[in-house]
Design a protein around this ligand. Structure first.
Ligand SMILES: [Zn+2]
Length: 228
């Protein structure tokens, strides 16, 4: 009764299509989730992410292991959901997508010491009030039962948006944007981000993590931009 009244007074809508959610659905409706169209299995997402990083940065930059949930286009329901997560304050969506990503990572035999989110520059964090990748990392960490480490890498250079930049410009934009943080990084970590386009950000953050003590850095991203 109270739950029914709450639904009438504060109807919950899907963050991507804004239709009313059924009781039991969280943040996203089943139609939108179906339209997200995940990679068909962990191997497909993994090879797609590996391939993109190798193409742009060569085999040496390729991560030890990689996971990715969805191919990403600059239109459609997944785009709307990621926009809501990043710019509209719908941060609980990060934990939800992070749990899905954590289940994918957890289906492999790989183990890690900790999870690390790609950090935002402190000014951008103030601007946005939260780091969407950290929200995703918390979801991943919850499933895997691991801590999220915040002080092992920091973003010390304020970089503009990567959107619309060429591969070379992306690399220049984030090169040296990260440096080791105050804490030493454990040997084996999983680096988490929201959307990967060329991998420039993750490659640059992984380098700082290795400078901070990591021996192996694996990548996990919610989505990977498809070539258009
Ligand atoms: Zn929807």
């Amino acid at each position: 009764m109270i739950e029914g009244l709450r639904h009438i007074l504060f109807p919950e809508v899907c963050v991507a299509c804004h239709r009313l959610l059924d009781a039991g659905d969280q943040l996203l409706c089943p139609d939108c989730l179906a339209e997200f169209n995940p990679f068909p299995g962990a191997d497909a997402g993994s090879s797609a992410l590996h391939r993109v990083v190798r193409e742009h940065f060569g085999p040496k930059a390729a991560p030890a292991f990689a996971w990715c949930l969805y191919p990403y286009r600059h239109a459609g329901r997944l785009h709307d959901a990621m926009h809501a997560l990043k710019y509209e304050g719908i941060y609980p969506l990060g934990a939800l997508l992070g749990r899905k990503l954590g289940e994918l990572v957890g289906s492999s035999p790989c183990t890690f010491d900790a999870i690390v989110a790609v950090p935002l520059h402190p000014l951008k964090k103030i601007e946005r009030s939260y780091n969407q990748s950290h929200k995703i990392a918390e979801g991943v960490a919850g499933v895997l039962g691991l801590p999220v480490l915040e002080k092992v890498v920091e973003r010390h250079r304020y970089t503009g948006s990567q959107t619309g930049l060429t591969s070379t410009a992306r690399r220049k934009n984030v090169q040296d944007a990260f440096r080791p943080g105050k804490a030493t990084c454990p040997p084996c970590v999983l680096l988490v981000d929201d959307v990967v386009t060329t991998g420039a950000t993750m490659v640059a953050a992984a380098k700082a993590l290795r400078d901070s003590g990591a021996l192996s850095v694996a990548f996990a991203a919610v989505a990977l931009t498809e070539k258009e």
